[in-house]
Design a protein around this ligand. Structure first.
Ligand SMILES: C[S@@+](CC[C@H](N)C(=O)[O-])C[C@H]1O[C@@H](n2cnc3c(N)ncnc32)[C@H](O)[C@@H]1O
Length: 1008
């Protein structure tokens, strides 16, 4: 038997350079996202947006470590076993999920002896000759009127085997996997128990012998690098990449410039993945702190009423003086408080004091509830009725907006001073408590609390006053001690908003008296505990959920109403009314820690810029801030402001500042320079046989050129690219457009100079694109024959086309006489088309040329325009049931279609489709559209006419008249019509396509 020899497999190409089950990874990544708050790392802080799916990271690391053995098909099979994507893995995952019940199995599989496996109530009392005793599967238990269960002595293995057989009757991976738990949710030893003999045999030539994923990872590392592999990420953000790397058994190095990112990464490694003992310690510490804070608040007497009920949430609104009447008017976009309890705010004029009293009324009628949706702020105006007259004043006017000398919009809001925490008398916007959500005395500490809403009493106001006085007298000390933020808000894209809209100048202005008090005493309690680092994570979460930027959302809690977190989106939006949580509003909820602690590997988290890695890593896997929609640096200042002074020892080496100047952002020249610095440094800190993976959003070919220039200048060569659709349907709805992630794999470029010229490179690029796509298509055929589903879809082939081009290109050090580093760093003129742009575009075209839809001749394909190709390609895809919008979007980009929406019948994220022939209006086919002047456009008009019962002769005559090149085009038109005849969905279209095609052929026969 071969024994494992260190470094005996140093140069083996990685599996991910040849195959990757991108479709399955996409599906699993989306399932992970759909778990929303139940995602493994989200509990640490849902304010951090854009964590990469763990399953994707897992696939990348395993795909990088596993070698190619020369048998791609078997390599892929083993890889899928390791990902639990194979049929048996799915069956185990489905067993764990428990959705596939005996009755579902009985109706799907053939069994001559169902009663060896199933039973139902009353089974034992049946007479021997009962028909049901002799029934065979498949049968429908519901139709038989029986409730099937597993028979008592059926083993787990047998159940799983039957589940596997039932799963085999589903057509697609998606259908199967949607009946399953996610792989990470299942006990790992149990999930993978059966795979090890096959895995070890597949890698027997290297002496691999593993019984768990971490063991396999370690052995693969020894074969390649002589040690357990180390994975690094210098843009670690929320920590997905290092967390998953550690979970797989790699040593890890994580760095980020931002201390909040570092803290979240630390939390992933040390809280979510904590060993059992540590976990218990954390849980004890968390309970102790909650108790301490509770006792302190009880002592202060600021959250309970005189009957012992306790507040859960306080609702505040702004109040402002109407310039027309001089009345103080509460600013409430809606008066609804709780739809479920029928609670609304009722405004009554108080003429003596020129203000409104606000009562809270519950159990109102549906009609009153509806009427209460109309508040006093509407479409940017303050609107209210007084004595039968409506007054309307734009909020802009209230604020006193005016243009500054430089053209910017300024206003007359007083800028708050550092000592402020509530509005001063005379400020344009005052603040008013208008309702309290109470918890009944006896249910305060219960899991299910009884709550109700009430208006504000004098005693409530006294308690408010008490809190305000407490804060006023302590603020300075608390700020000096770092218990309360004293940091000024630095202007910026997101941070300007609270300054402009409220006059707030310091971060603590985003918090009211109660919020400041709660934050201060909680921070004090955490500092005194043994788990202050955990406390820091808690305090950040608390700030997110307890600020003046927390909107009261009536839909929360099933319509009961509740506060939203500040970062429910990625901006610092201010609100006219908002909610404040009390201690009870937070509950004693703790972090959901992993059942299985991380293996005992090295995990380092440092705060450092990406161009200064402190370690050498075998793999660098990164998700850099490319043209990021999220301004992490600005947004995280909200948290840094509260946490930066006296951080716990674990975090005390980090620089507690967002270091805006060092952040890599945007997509311009600075961005490219920053990225080249970072990737050069990572390449230098990597062994020659190491690899890098960079993830970025797929936008257009311009992105590819940018990224390639960067990696090229960093001394890296592209070796593969894959496309993963990572967004879920609900995210799509908001964004309106789809974003997938491109996974680019890179290795170090070989030493030495290589000079190339465009004329020489282009043919080499085309040849490599062809080689790559053809080899993938071959594998597709083989796997499809065997398993019924191909491995790659057209988007994968497209990406592989780009990657192939870049592989050729990035092997050179000089292109057309220009050094690649100069090329990458040189400022771009707007609209400039670089050599790389050209080559990438050529590669896309070379790939497109090969992607001939099944049933269309290659000659026809070669002659079609972009929109025609798009249409036929998507028609072909639709016949396979594909209906994801991102497919349409990617191909529209690939074929350079300007306005693909024009030919779309539906653009729903998961229900997209082309227009059918009859859905095209004449304006869609006019000469000013993309499709109108094409042959396809002509044919669509022709088919429409035939459907309207125009004589075929007349239709042909019209086409002949409109197409001067008719004779030459005729064979191609016939080919296109044959395609319609085979692939168009409505039967009547197929029929008329057949008629028109036959007529055209006849023309030829008649020699016309
Ligand atoms: C897209 S996020 C990474 C998200 C992460 N992969 C995850 O799953 O949560 C990019 C990160 O890059 C960090 N960053 C930006 N410029 C940096 C620099 N110059 N050095 C190090 N980190 C930087 C940001 O703080 C941010 O956390």
């Amino acid at each position: 038997m071969t024994t494992l020899q260190a470094l005996s497999n140093q140069e083996a190409p990685s599996l991910i350079e040849a195959v990757f089950p991108a479709q399955k990874v996409s599906f699993e990544a989306q399932s992970e996202r759909k778990a929303v708050a139940a995602q493994t790392l989200t509990g640490l802080g849902s304010y951090w947006k854009g964590r990469k799916p763990l399953i994707l990271v897992r696939a990348i690391i395993l795909g990088s470590l596993l070698p190619q053995t020369g048998d791609s098909e078997r390599d892929l099979e083993i890889f899928e076993k390791l990902m639990a994507f194979d049929d048996h893995g799915l069956a185990r995952r489905a067993f764990a999920q428990g959705d596939l019940k005996p009755k579902h199995i009985a109706v799907r599989v053939s069994l001559s002896n169902p009663w060896d496996f199933f039973t139902f109530t009353g089974f034992d009392d049946l007479p021997k000759d009962s028909r049901i005793l002799n029934v065979e599967c498949p049968f429908d238990a519901d139709e038989e009127g029986i409730n099937l269960r597993w028979a008592r002595d059926v083993s787990e293995d047998t159940k799983i085997e039957l589940i596997e057989r039932a799963l085999a009757t589903f057509a697609s991976y998606e259908e199967k996997a949607s009946l399953c738990k996610r792989p990470e949710e299942v006990d790992q030893d149990w999930l993978y128990a059966p795979i090890w003999p096959a895995v070890n045999e597949h890698f027997a030539q290297w002496g691999v012998s593993a019984r768990s994923i971490p063991e396999l990872v370690e052995q693969m590392g020894i074969l390649r690098f002589g040690r357990r592999p180390r994975v690094g990420d210098t843009f670690s953000g929320g920590g997905s990449i290092p967390f998953e790397a550690a979970r797989l058994g790699c040593d890890t190095y994580a760095a980020d410039l931002n201390p909040i990112a570092c803290m979240l990464t630390w939390g992933a490694m040390n809280v979510i993945g904590a060993p059992k003992k540590q976990r218990e310690m954390f849980e004890d510490a968390q309970r102790a702190v909650m108790l301490k804070v509770d006792q302190e608040l009880i002592k202060l007497g600021v959250e309970h009423d005189d009957k012992g009920n306790r507040a859960k949430a306080y609702l505040y609104c702004l109040e402002t003086e109407c310039p027309e009447t001089g009345w103080m008017v509460p600013m409430l976009p809606s008066r609804v408080i709780s739809p479920k309890l029928g609670a609304i705010a009722k405004l009554t004029p108080d003429h003596a004091n020129k203000r409104f009293t606000i009562d809270v009324v519950s159990n109102v009628s549906a009609k009153e509830l509806k009427a209460a949706e109309k508040g006093t702020v509407d479409d940017g105006d303050l609107v209210y009725e007084l004595d039968g007259k409506t007054y309307r004043t734009p909020v802009k006017t209230l604020r006193g907006d005016y243009r500054g000398a430089d053209g910017s919009t300024l206003n007359k809001l007083r800028r708050w001073e550092k000592s402020d925490f509530i509005p001063r008398p005379g400020d344009i916007f005052q603040e008013r408590l208008y309702a309290i959500q109470w918890i009944t005395k006896d249910s305060i500490y219960e899991h299910r609390q009884n709550t109700y809403f009430r208006g504000i009493s004098d005693l409530d106001l006294e308690r408010e006053q008490k809190v305000a006085e407490l804060v006023a007298s302590s603020l300075e000390t608390w700020q000096a001690e770092g218990l309360v933020s004293d940091m000024a808000i630095e202007p910026g894209y997101n941070t300007n908003q609270p300054i402009r809209e409220r006059g707030w100048t310091h971060w603590h202005h985003l918090f009211n008296s109660r919020q400041i008090l709660l934050q201060a005493i909680t921070q004090k309690a955490w500092r005194e505990s043994d788990a202050a680092a955990l406390g820091w994570l808690n305090l950040a979460k608390m700030a997110d959920f307890n600020s003046r930027l927390c909107r009261w959302a009536t839909s929360q809690g099933g319509g009961l109403g509740g506060p939203k977190g500040v970062f429910s989106n990625q901006a610092l939006n201010t609100f006219y009314n908002y909610a404040t949580r009390s201690w009870s509003g937070f509950g004693v909820g703790s972090f959901r820690m992993a059942e299985e602690p991380l293996p005992n590997v090295e995990r380092e988290v440092v705060s450092a810029p990406a161009d200064q890695p402190a370690r050498r890593c075998d793999y660098w896997i990164t998700d850099p801030p490319y043209a990021d929609a999220v301004n992490y640096h600005e947004i995280t200042e909200f948290f840094i402001a509260w946490l930066r002074k006296n951080p716990p020892p674990e975090f005390s080496d980090w620089i507690w500042d967002s270091r805006r100047a060092l952040v890599i952002k945007g997509s311009g020249d600075d961005f490219r320079r920053g990225m080249v610095g970072a990737y050069s440094a990572m390449a230098e800190h990597m062994p020659d046989n190491g690899m890098q993976c960079v993830m970025f959003t797929h936008q257009d070919t311009g992105v590819w050129s940018d990224m390639v220039g960067i990696f090229w200048a960093a001394g890296l060569q592209v070796v593969a690219a894959w496309y993963i659709a990572t967004e879920t349907t609900s995210e799509l709805k908001k964004g309106g457009y789809v974003q997938g992630t491109v996974i680019l794999m890179l290795r170090k470029r070989q030493e030495g100079e290589r000079t190339g010229f465009k004329q020489r490179i282009l043919p080499a690029v085309r040849a490599e694109v062809q080689r790559q796509i053809e080899s993938m298509m071959n594998l597709n055929e083989e796997v499809k024959d065997k398993l019924g589903e191909p491995v790659f879809n057209d988007s994968d082939l497209q990406m592989a086309g780009y990657a192939a081009a870049l592989k050729v290109l990035t092997a050179y050090t000089q292109i057309g006489g220009e050094d690649v580093t100069n090329f990458a760093l040189r400022p771009r003129q707007s609209g400039e088309v670089t050599v790389v742009d050209e080559i990438v575009q050529q590669a896309a075209e070379a790939a497109n040329n090969l992607l001939v839809p099944e049933g269309l001749g290659a000659e026809t394909w070669a002659r079609l325009t972009g929109i025609e190709r798009f249409f036929f390609r998507m028609m072909d895809m639709e016949t396979t049931g594909a209906k994801k919008l991102d497919n349409y979007q990617n191909f529209a980009k690939a074929f350079r279609v300007e306005d693909y929406a024009r030919v779309m019948g539906d653009m729903a994220a998961n229900g997209a489709r082309l227009k059918t022939v009859t859905e095209f209006a004449s304006r869609d086919l006019s000469d000013s559209t993309e499709i109108g002047p094409t042959w396809l456009g002509q044919l669509i008009i022709g088919l429409q006419q035939l459907l309207a019962e125009v004589e075929p002769q007349v239709v042909i005559g019209q086409i002949q008249a409109d197409l001067p090149e008719f004779l030459e085009a005729r064979p191609l038109l016939i080919d296109m019509l044959a395609f319609f005849e085979r692939k168009a969905a409505p039967k009547e279209v197929r029929d008329v396509a057949e008629v028109l095609g036959a007529r055209m052929k006849n023309l030829r026969a008649l020699g016309q």
